[in-house]
Write a protein that binds this ligand. Sequence first.
Ligand SMILES: [Zn+2]
Length: 209
Amino acid sequence: MIIHRIPTFIQKLFPDFIWSIDTIEKAIYLSFDDGPVPEVTPWVLDILASFGAKATFFCVGDNVKKHPEIFQRILTEGHQVGNHTQHHLNGWKTPLDSYLKDTEEANAIMQQFTESPLRYFRPPYGRMRMGQAKALKQSYDIVMWEVLTADYDPTLSAKSCLANSIRATRSGSVVVFHDHEKCFSKLQKVLPAYLSHFQQLGYSFQRLP
Ligand SMILES: [Zn+2]
């Protein structure tokens, strides 16, 4: 079974990570991991624009290197970006020095596009060791998520993905989708319906501050 909303007690066990944003507004903090890729990210940007929505893109450095024009478009359209390592590393399987080096490589590439320092980091798979977290916390805010859409799960129908994601979301939730080819057929159905549902309820969609 997929846990779509990370329970509060787990969030409290790791208070150094960002799981949700304290807000009195009706606001949802969308995030998209693993891009930018030409097959998906421009479509996501078009959908977000049509809803007046902002989001945060946790980019893989190697994809930024391959598709700089899409990364530039994310920034130009006023979205937030964060570091998701250069090669989408699994922290549990990677020694500290390689993990930090790979993260710095991604940072150096993304930093060419913007003068403001990149503030956010999300570990691929949500997996990192305490030593990695401690080291990266010196330079980044580490962002996890409160709502896991599980859009990458092939056993989950678009209908269930949408219903579960809607049920799990509350004001201030950080929600994770993926701008990745593997998720695209589901994302095409789920994302517009999800945005439409919450827009009708008066929610806005915001980037991380
Ligand atoms: Zn990822």
